[in-house]
Design a protein around this ligand. Structure first.
Ligand SMILES: [Zn+2]
Ligand SMILES: [Zn+2]
Length: 111
């Protein structure tokens, strides 16, 4: 018996996350024409969620500024829209990840 006609909606290619609507949101936001590559943070938070990829700490809209975006390849200019180069890390884990770099540099870049 295979009379099931269920067809899955097409999914964003981001892989494991099931954030369909936020993906739409970010597309819309991208079209708004926010300048430059400084809004990758918002996009990453939307794609990967308000959670630290390392320690699993969850964040809310109130303390989300504590969640930072890590570039897996270390290149701030490499911001693929599917978020494959981003990882959301809380300030502590991010500092751990870059124990030799200045986190201030990241915050500056976000502004
Ligand atoms: Zn963490
Ligand atoms: Zn980083």
């Amino acid at each position: 018996m295979r009379d099931r006609r269920y067809r899955p909606h097409k999914r964003p290619r981001s892989g494991k996350t099931a954030s369909n609507e936020s993906f739409e949101d970010l597309l819309r936001e991208t079209r708004k024409g926010k300048s430059g590559d400084t809004d990758y943070r918002e996009r990453s938070l939307k794609i990967h969620g308000l959670i630290c990829a390392k320690c699993g700490r969850e964040f809310t809209h109130k303390n989300r500024h504590l969640l930072t975006v890590h570039h897996k390849d270390g290149n701030h200019r490499n911001n693929p829209p599917d978020g494959s180069n981003w990882e959301n890390l809380c300030a502590y884990c991010h500092e751990d990840e870059h124990s030799r770099e200045l986190l201030a540099d990241y915050f500056k870049d976000d502004e």
